[in-house]
Ligand binder design. Structure first.
Ligand SMILES: Cc1ncc(C[n+]2csc(CCOP(=O)(O)OP(=O)(O)O)c2C)c(N)n1
Length: 531
């Protein structure tokens, strides 16, 4: 007979979930006892970091990933990350220790009261098993729930005295269950979409993050090329991944994230095909028509909630890859004029301090073909996209939820999942603070991420928002003397503060692919960098 712990770890093993991220407390120690040799525990010094690392790891490995938190306060600290994981469609098993069962009713110290309610809006399922014997089944159910479309976090609260109990004799069946999770599209809906495409004079494709997540990168390219579709990326605000190569001649840029500007950008199009994105992750609120005159919209998503909440357009609910493959079976070559490609990126003059545009242009010069960017530099998101024009799948991660702290932490998880690809994490100096303790994990586990920190001494994007919102005199938007390179050194990450293009170039060249974590801080001029 095996114990609940043995049965649970056998289950994790069966699902390939042998890397566990976490921050332990007394209530988690019984789970971690006799930790098996074939498992790896990655310690985050704060739960926001543990969740962010697990998010990056799950996305970059394509596997549901386990993050273990310390009862109520640990879950509380991790909530921003759980929110981000939901927005990113990241499959996470989130577990938290709970008091001994005999202690829960009297609410002894550290009891996670209402454990299942706390995380509720941000997870697909939350549960505390009624009996110790149910723990393996509850974990299996959470793993499947997290892995089903739309992928997302699922939560299980685990009383600390359950682990040494005897497991259910029948729990072996849990190990054998295989869930094929992709759902195909309605054939008639695809046929009708193919007819609409054939009849359209000026259709356009909007490529969203779930194209990459579903492995449909090449299928999106094939569709765009066969139909000569100009392609826009879905708005950067909600685009946690890229859905189309940004150096491709059909690529027309990133859609703006506000209602009026989206329809302005798509003016003249008669059919807007959105794949793998919500319609749309708008922000800020700039009203206007939802669609340009004469246009209709069809969205393909595997998320019923995205399907339901769109304010306009038709929808086909299906896995993006299966839907694109079905569409490719139906559509032929179209005889349409090719759009003008985007102009080549230019950087402008070197200034003191550098513009963020010159920083990203310099990064583009040294960026390896197989490099991965994890981005959280709010005022220069669009500049990085434009300068790097990333054109390989699985090469860009961004916190679609907008909760800062994703970037630094996720980069570590991405690098652990993709040890053979160089990861560059581009951060604003403000954003870096939300997961700054992750630098310790990078150093302690020798995770060779290159952290590039843009230091503009302020929350630049918030000053831009203040302008749009017509807010004057808001406090708390300046960040004088925030020495990120010095902080990194204290956590054990070798770091340098550089200035000017040449120093930056040399620093990046030496850091990327060096095989160890390094942080480069560069002063930049404040303000939005769009190109
Ligand atoms: C958890 C969380 N807290 C606060 C914010 C609000 N916020 C959005 S952008 C931003 C400023 C980021 O500053 P920095 O990283 O220096 O980038 P910059 O705007 O200067 O490019 C803040 C505080 C947020 N998005 N998430």
């Amino acid at each position: 007979m095996s114990s609940v712990r043995e049965a649970a770890f056998e289950l994790f093993r069966e699902h390939g979930m042998t890397t566990i991220f976490g921050n332990p407390g007394s209530t988690e120690l019984p789970m971690l006892a006799e930790f098996p040799d074939d498992f790896r525990y990655v310690l985050g010094l704060q739960e926001a970091v543990a969740v962010g690392m697990a998010d990056g790891f799950a996305q970059a490995s394509g596997r549901t990933t386990h993050v273990n938190l310390h009862t109520a306060p640990g879950v509380g600290n991790g909530m921003g990350g759980i929110f981000n994981a939901q927005a990113n469609h990241t499959p996470l098993l989130v577990t938290a220790g709970q008091q001994v069962r005999a202690h829960i009713t009297m609410q002894a110290n550290l009891t996670n009261r209402d454990a299942t309610r706390v995380v509720h809006p941000f997870v697909k399922w939350s549960f505390e098993p009624p009996r110790a014997q149910d723990v393996p089944h509850a974990l299996a159910r959470a793993i499947h729930t997290a892995s089903l479309a739309p992928k997302g976090p699922a939560f299980v609260s685990l009383p600390m005295d359950d682990w040494t109990e005897e497991a259910e004799a029948e729990s072996g069946h849990l190990l054998e269950r295989v869930a094929e999770t992709r759902m195909g599209p309605d054939a008639a809906a695809i046929e009708s979409l193919a007819q609409r495409l054939a009849a359209a004079g000026s259709p356009v494709l909007v490529a969203g993050p779930d194209i990459d997540a579903s492995g449909a990168w090449n299928d999106a390219v094939a569709l765009a090329e066969r139909q000569t579709l100009p392609v826009f990326a879905s708005p950067a605000t909600g685009g946690g991944r890229l859905g189309f190569p940004e150096g491709h001649p059909l690529f027309q840029g990133v859609l703006p994230p506000a209602i009026g500007p989206v329809s302005e950008t798509l003016k003249g199009r008669d059919l807007i095909l959105v794949v793998g994105s919500s319609v749309f992750p708008y922000y800020p609120y700039i009203p206007g028509p939802l669609l340009p005159e004469g246009a209709s919209l069809v969205a393909i998503t595997n998320d019923p909630d995205e399907a339901a909440r769109a304010p306009m357009g038709d929808v086909i609910l299906a896995d993006p890859k299966l839907a694109l493959l079905a569409l490719l079976d139906e559509v032929g070559e179209a005889n349409r004029a090719e759009p003008d490609p985007l102009p080549e990126p230019t950087a402008g003059d070197e200034t003191d301090p550098l513009s963020a545009t010159v920083v990203h242009n310099t990064l583009a010069q040294v960026f390896p073909d197989d490099g991965i960017v994890v981005l959280e530099s709010p005022s220069s998101t669009l500049s990085l996209r434009n300068q790097l024009r990333i054109s390989r799948p699985g090469s860009y991660y961004f916190g679609a939820g907008g909760g800062l702290g994703f970037g630094l932490a996720a980069a570590i998880g991405v690098q652990l999942a993709q040890p053979d690809r160089p990861v560059v994490c581009v951060l604003g100096e403000g954003s870096a603070q939300y997961a700054i303790t992750g630098l310790w994990t990078a150093a302690a586990y020798e995770v060779p991420v290159t952290f590039l920190v843009l230091r503009n001494e302020e929350y630049s994007i918030l000053k831009w928002f203040a302008n749009i919102e017509e807010v004057q005199g808001a406090p708390g938007l300046d960040l004088p003397a925030l020495e990120v390179a010095k902080v990194a050194a204290a956590y054990g990450v070798s770091s340098s503060a550089v200035s000017g293009r040449d120093e930056l170039h040399a620093g990046l060249e030496a850091a990327i692919g060096s095989g160890r974590p390094q942080l480069i801080e560069v002063p930049v001029a404040p303000g939005m960098a769009l190109f």
